[in-house]
Design a binder for this molecule. Structure first.
Ligand code: GDP
Ligand code: IMO
Ligand code: MG
Length: 418
């Protein structure tokens, strides 16, 4: 299949990085299409752990990588992240049109959260303000970052207004000058200039030539700016369709869209979560699954698997397959629950409501399963215990999409290909 998309089906942190690395072996190009360093993708190969925020997870397999126009790129973070690999060993193209996160975006993100009546619980990485500037046509793009004279002009256009807004409206002290920003960012641009490319053209050409392109999503469907639990969402489009606007490619006939499904649900930050487990059991799963944010270290909220969310995710993402991750984390829990529908004032909902305001009146309907034990190293699906196969088989049957990969541990090797 020339194009494969890896997409988060829930609220992020499903294990997209792990599956991207696994599938990258057969890819010619690995491409990030949206989001920024709000993402945290962990990949474990042997005894080594890699944490990706901006670079595509295909790098470990030594693949050529691309950052598309739809990404919000913080150059400070990118330079730091490159040190894991050594800049000279990285084959990377960054699109001319990619929006740059500037230091005022980080300040605005924090200030906005403080000022807002209801917090969103953002990662504080300047993502929302950067995308707002893109939509408002105030953004600074990668092709401007790498050319000092253009950068100087753009900073001069934007900085005074940003400073006024931050200081006069949000009472935040802007402790850097226009000159300091220019000096630092022109230096970053100089270091990154070698990666400037037309990712739209490169990816379109690769697809036309029948090469294998792997698109690595960040976040998850329910954090999508339109189709997530707005306003408790991110500011980009994690949905599979985001590849078209995020990379700049034409519609494709042949796409494998792999949805990453965690065997339970987690969420970081605020927002509705009907199957949330607030007691001791939630704590146990958090501990066993090491459910603390890769980016911010915040404890992730934990809940039972929710098929209502997943049906909607399958539809909106057009999924052709599922990679189920972290069923091993449920090992040893005597009874497991899966939410099969929502009961809302006498009505049964099987898909997530377009207006989640109605959730106040909804209760999850659960089906109960016997617990199981899972050996991380099992390679043969048929050798998993009958209880584990029943849990996984039920999910597959209910969702009507084949579970093509079952991940049983964080390591690349701990993966069953069905
Ligand atoms: P992403 O943002 O979707 O890439 O996911 P994260 O990397 O933020 O979070 C997933 C976490 O679970 C990481 O620490 C992975 O190493 C780990 N992980 C991935 N798949 C599995 C699995 O099948 N079992 C276990 N126990 N851990 C996994
Ligand atoms: P990966 O790619 C989990 C959440 C934040 C917050 C909301 C908005 O690792 O799955 P933002 O900083 O984007 O404006 O925050 O979105 N969020 C994530 N949650 N995984 C992520 O990425 C996330 N990226 C953003 O916690 O609730
Ligand atoms: Mg993550």
């Amino acid at each position: 299949m020339p194009a494969t998309i890896i997409v988060g089906t829930q609220f992020g942190d499903e294990g997209k990085g792990k599956i991207t690395d696994f599938l990258a072996e057969k890819a010619d190009l690995v491409v990030r299409y949206h989001g920024g360093n709000n993402a945290g993708h962990t990949v474990v190969v042997g005894e080594k752990t890699y944490k990706f925020h901006l670079l595509p997870s295909g790098l470990i397999q030594g693949k050529r990588c691309c950052i598309g126009a739809g990404v919000a790129l913080d150059p400070r973070v990118l330079i730091e992240e490159m040190k894991q690999f050594g800049q000279s060993k990285i084959e990377l193209a960054i699109d001319h049109r990619t929006q740059i996160i500037m230091p005022w975006h980080n300040l605005q993100d924090g200030a906005r959260e403080q000022a807002r009546g209801r917090k969103i619980g953002t990662t504080g990485r300047g993502i929302g303000p950067c995308y707002e500037d893109r939509a408002g046509r105030n953004g600074i793009r990668f092709c401007e970052l790498v050319e000092p004279e253009r950068l100087r002009k753009r900073i001069a256009e934007v900085f005074p207004t940003k400073k006024r807004i931050l200081e006069e409206i949000y009472s935040v002290n802007v402790d850097f000058s226009e000159e300091q920003v220019f000096n630092e960012y022109s230096g970053l641009g100089e270091k990154l200039k070698q990666f400037l490319g037309d990712v739209s053209l490169e990816v379109s050409t690769a697809l036309k030539e029948g090469k294998n392109v792997l698109f690595e999503g960040a976040q998850g469907l329910f954090l999508d700016n339109d189709f997530g639990t707005y306003p408790f969402v991110t500011s980009s489009h994690p949905m599979a369709g985001g590849i078209f606007t995020g990379v700049g490619i034409g519609l494709l006939n042949d796409i494998e869209a792999i949805g990453i499904v965690k065997a339970y649900t987690t969420r970081v930050g605020e927002g509705p979560f009907l199957t949330e487990l607030k007691g001791e059991l939630g704590e146990t799963i958090r501990k066993n699954g090491n459910e603390f944010g890769t980016t911010t270290g915040r404890p992730r909220r934990i809940g039972w698997l929710d098929l209502v969310l997943l049906r909607t995710s399958i539809r909106i993402n057009g999924l052709t397959g599922i990679a189920l991750t972290k069923a091993d984390v449920l090992s040893g829990i005597p009874k497991l629950k899966v939410c099969v529908a929502y009961e809302c004032g006498g009505k049964k909902l099987e898909e997530f409501p377009a207006d989640w305001g109605v959730l106040k009146k909804c209760k999850p309907v659960y089906r109960e399963f016997d617990g199981f034990e899972i050996d991380h190293e099992e390679k043969d699906f048929s050798k998993l215990s009958s209880e584990a196969r029943e849990y996984i088989g039920f999910i597959e049957k209910e969702l009507g999409v084949p579970i093509k990969f079952v991940s049983l541990g964080p390591k690349r090797s701990q993966t069953i290909l069905r």
